[in-house]
Design a protein around this ligand. Structure first.
Ligand code: O2Y
Ligand code: MN
Length: 597
């Protein structure tokens, strides 16, 4: 048997089920990419952008009912429901297959089936995974070429690893939202996705393999698959401190990963290694080493501009695919805030994401979850180590969310267990990255709520156990760039200025940095952050860093029912951390009398 026998047998099975008119085995070449683009130009779903401004770049329109990840129809299909846990939708594997099979049956009649072999992770990495997606979407095939290492390179990897791959069957089906299902079978490492052609629902290497299935694999095999950016902070001595950061969807991970430091002249620079996913394992030296499994960026377009994220603007300036943005009469892509001088009004004659000439009464011209897809190596700040097979050593985890109140700009966990508790109690206001209401507060532990492929209680235990294997576990920090004043104005300038917070973290990692102990952890003293050159009032810093015990007691109360739903799967250490937080909060509200007073 050759290393490709199992792959060929599985593809035959998919062909029998879906009955495509033709089959294309993708090799990942530029010529093939151009053929895929041409197919979409011919069927009207894609258009060429202005080659002077955006060379080799294209605009794709998805179906208007298919514009974001759909968590309601995303399932973890395990034999035992408790392995999926209370935060995932669950179906038994046989039941899920029986339910979805009719939607795949004959779904590719009249269509081409693309067979896409791909690698997640640097090809030589121990953590590397080969996946194969079969799909009837040329858009998915073209996007996978940017987001993964695709084609011949993956078949070669398959030959080297004995033919092991993660199969992913994808069909856009009839695009009816009622017939849309994203199904994960972690016990047999299998993905089925039908009824959507968009982003995380359809590019199966990303959220489905690299997070939901990989988190399960990491649980079973002692490593971590996380919804995290990876960055390196270089100091004036040229030393680089690597950090991994978990933020809920569309909360600025890409901006932080690509941060342009206003203090670059002083020697502080940020290197980008990844903007969405990190795979991490314990190295022989007892440190935690991280790789980015992806090969490109699938970033949110609205809000991205030369001020908020100049490196993203350069990354997307060529060889990019834009999805659901607007297009100007010059055939340039356009989205809200792309031009800081004219943030909400596109040039006259701009066509909105729905293909209509934009009118002010139409609302946003680009869909709020419109995206750019661009190769990672086009990012000017990409680290020379971003494809190192062993990865980079992580010294800090940064957790964060979008909160108008309560949470200070930054604080540091008291120790590793407290750090895991901080990740477990993350809360954030929802964004347009997934369907559903925007701006609603929800608990999103480690930013993994939509992506953890098993019981979140077991996941926390996995973090705690893994920490025990590390010689010096990374320090854990929690940030909130989004705190507002009474008038609803952001208190912190954010974006590039966030480097000042990273600098404080680096100091703390090195045993320095001015901090004070509060009931929730260590916060910088008001003079703890380097603020030279930044016009920010001391009262504003005080508000940004303040910890209000009464607000935190409410927060603490609200954590209880959330943790209780995990029952026996809730680690003792998390329960103890919750109890200890309550005690620390009560101690500052009702200080015990000091002897002599
Ligand atoms: O996949 C989508 O449909 C959009 S959501 C997304 C895209 C890129 C990176 N992360 C996310 C996310 O939801 O976390
Ligand atoms: Mn993400």
């Amino acid at each position: 048997m050759s290393s490709r026998t199992a792959l060929e047998a599985w593809v035959d099975e998919c062909v029998r089920l879906t009955q495509p008119d033709s089959i294309v085995w993708c090799d990942g070449s530029e010529e093939e990419y151009q053929r895929l683009i041409e197919t979409m130009i011919q069927d009207g779903s894609m258009e060429t952008l202005n080659p002077q401004d955006y060379a080799n770049s294209f605009l794709y329109h998805s179906d208007p009912s298919d514009v974001a990840r759909t968590e309601k129809v995303t399932f973890i299909c395990t034999t035992r429901q408790e392995d999926a846990g209370p935060l995932n939708n669950w179906m038994a594997p046989d039941e899920a297959k029986a339910m979805a099979l009719p939607y795949f049956k004959d779904s590719m009649r009249g269509r081409t089936m693309y067979v896409i072999p791909y690698v997640m992770g640097p090809v030589e990495s121990d953590l590397m995974q080969v996946g194969v997606e079969v799909t009837d979407s040329a858009y998915v095939a073209a996007s996978m070429r940017i987001m993964t290492r695709m084609g011949t390179v993956a078949l070669d990897a398959l030959d080297r690893n004995g033919g092991e791959f993660v199969p992913g069957l994808h069909s856009i089906g009839d695009l009816d939202p009622e017939h849309r299902f994203i199904l994960h079978f972690p016990e047999e490492k299998l993905i089925w996705s039908v009824g959507s052609g968009y982003g995380g629902n359809a590019l199966l290497g990303k959220k489905c393999l690299s997070l939901r299935l990989a988190s399960w694999m990491g649980w079973k095999n002692g490593w971590l698959a996380e919804h995290m950016l990876i960055l390196g902070l270089q100091n004036p001595q040229g030393e680089v401190t690597y950090m991994a950061g978990a933020f809920p969807s569309a909360c600025g991970k890409t901006n932080l990963a690509m941060l342009v430091s206003p203090l670059e002249k002083e020697g502080w620079k940020v290197w980008t290694l990844g903007d969405d996913i990190a795979w991490m394992r314990v190295g022989e030296d007892g440190r935690l080493w991280a790789v980015n499994p992806e090969h490109g960026f699938f970033g949110v377009a609205p809000g991205t501009n030369s001020k908020t994220n100049p490196n993203a603007m350069k990354s997307l300036s060529r060889n990019a695919i834009f999805t659901n943005v607007a297009v100007t009469p010059e055939h340039d892509p356009w989205w809200e805030d792309i031009d800081p001088a004219n943030p909400k009004t596109p040039p006259a004659g701009t066509i909105n994401w729905l293909g209509k000439v934009w009118e002010p009464s139409d609302g946003p011209a680009a869909h709020p979850n419109s995206r750019f897809t661009a190769p990672a190596d086009q990012c000017p700040s990409i680290s020379p180590h971003w494809e190192d097979p062993q990865g980079v050593p992580i010294s800090a985890f940064i957790f964060g969310g979008r909160r108008a109140g309560v949470t200070p700009l930054v604080y540091e966990a008291l120790d590793w267990q407290h750090g895991v508790f901080l990740g477990a109690s993350m809360t954030s206001e929802t964004t347009a990255a997934a369907t559903g209401a925007v701006g609603v507060l929800r608990r999103d532990p480690m930013a993994m709520r939509p992506f953890c492929g098993y019981n979140m209680g077991d996941y926390w235990q996995h973090w705690l156990t893994l920490g025990g294997k590390l010689k010096t576990p990374p320090k854990v920090f929690y940030v909130n760039w989004f705190r507002k004043d009474e008038d609803g104005k952001f208190l912190w300038p954010g974006f590039g200025q966030n480097v000042r917070v990273l600098m404080w973290m680096a100091e703390r990692i090195n045993g320095a940095g001015k901090a004070m102990e509060t009931p929730i952890g260590y916060t910088p003293t008001t003079d703890g952050l380097m603020l030279d050159g930044l016009d920010i009032a001391p009262e504003t810093m005080e508000k940004l860093l303040s910890v209000n015990p009464a607000e935190w007691e409410t927060e603490w109360e609200e954590q209880r029912p959330f943790f209780e739903q995990f029952g026996d799967h809730l680690p003792r250490a998390i329960e103890q951390q919750h109890k200890a937080l309550g005690e620390r909060l009560r101690a500052v509200r009702e200080p015990s009398p000091v002897a002599g007073e």
